[in-house]
Design a protein around this ligand. Structure first.
Ligand SMILES: Nc1ncnc2c1ncn2[C@@H]1O[C@H](COP(=O)(O)OP(=O)(O)OP(=O)(O)O)[C@@H](O)[C@H]1O
Ligand SMILES: [Mg+2]
Length: 253
């Protein structure tokens, strides 16, 4: 059985996709067979791994609608041990189609239940508490929560924690917050440090020791279709994600 990790935060632009891609890359690099599921209609994880969305015939949309099995949409990437289940904007339409459908909360869980090709599955979530995000939280054992080190970082997180609590009471009793990953830390500003302290206070014992600095290589890598570890493996961003991936693996055991 694969360990399934959802990278979730309903706030936009906090580093979910960057974290998903780069954690998945380092899991794969450490020898774990890894599947990255792009579960965001924006498809940023798909393009970030160099996959042309125009050319895709089957995507996570088909999986969610029950029109394809997961293994039928998965594509190999050029990075060893790393596969991708891609997405396109069509995935957004499934929210409407699924709204009244039976089993609408467990579509992803069911899709994952019938495969055993991977050690780790990473789910990149959209910036909302939508049906897709909830599907991710129900399919996962663990949540990695990227939090951007900025003033409003903690605002809205109560809602996510509440949603997780409800999911634990219902369809996924063992869902666990694996850890909080501070992202876009800027060591030159006092604010980053203050927010970091606040995050630690809000999530006692949950914040990873590794933090992700603001690093231009991290922002550049997706435009080359690469994880930062392949684009510039000695950059600060690459080393930070490598350390974070190791901590994640240590915590899942
Ligand atoms: N540590 C970092 N340093 C510099 N730029 C970063 C860093 N992390 C992410 N970025 C950039 O910030 C932007 C937002 O990051 P990303 O797409 O990972 O966030 P997201 O939470 O997935 O966004 P969305 O909510 O829209 O899905 C992207 O342009 C990304 O390249
Ligand atoms: Mg994203």
């Amino acid at each position: 059985m694969a360990t399934v990790i959802a990278v979730t935060n309903q706030k936009g632009g906090v580093g979910k996709t960057t974290s998903s891609i780069n954690l998945a890359y380092y899991f794969a690099k450490s020898g774990k067979k890894t599947l990255l599921i792009d579960f965001d209609p924006q498809g940023n994880a798909t393009s970030g791994l160099g996959v042309d969305k125009q050319g895709l015939t089957r995507t996570m949309t088909d999986v969610v609608l029950g029109q394809a099995r997961l293994d039928e949409v998965v594509i190999a990437t050029e990075f060893k041990n790393l596969s991708l289940a891609p997405s396109t904007p069509h995935l957004a339409n499934t929210e409407v189609e699924l709204a009244q459908a039976q089993g609408r909360f467990v579509r992803l869980k069911q899709a994952l239940a019938v495969q055993n090709d991977y050690d780790l599955i990473v789910i990149d979530s959209p910036p909302s508490l939508s049906l897709l995000t909830v599907n991710g939280l129900i399919a996962a054992q663990y949540v990695v929560l990227p939090v951007q080190a900025e003033f409003y970082a903690l605002e809205g997180l109560g809602q996510l924690l509440e949603t997780m609590k409800l999911i634990r009471k219902g369809l996924n009793p063992t869902l666990e917050l694996l850890g909080v990953l501070p992202t876009m830390m800027d060591s030159r500003t006092a604010l980053s440090g203050q927010v970091y302290d606040e995050i630690k206070k809000y999530f006692p014992g949950k914040v990873f020791n590794a933090t992700i600095p603001r690093n231009v290589r991290l922002a550049e890598a997706p435009s080359h279709g690469m994880p930062v570890g392949a684009y510039d493996r000695l950059s600060k961003g690459a080393r930070a994600y490598k350390a974070a991936a190791k901590e994640v693996l240590d915590r899942v055991g």
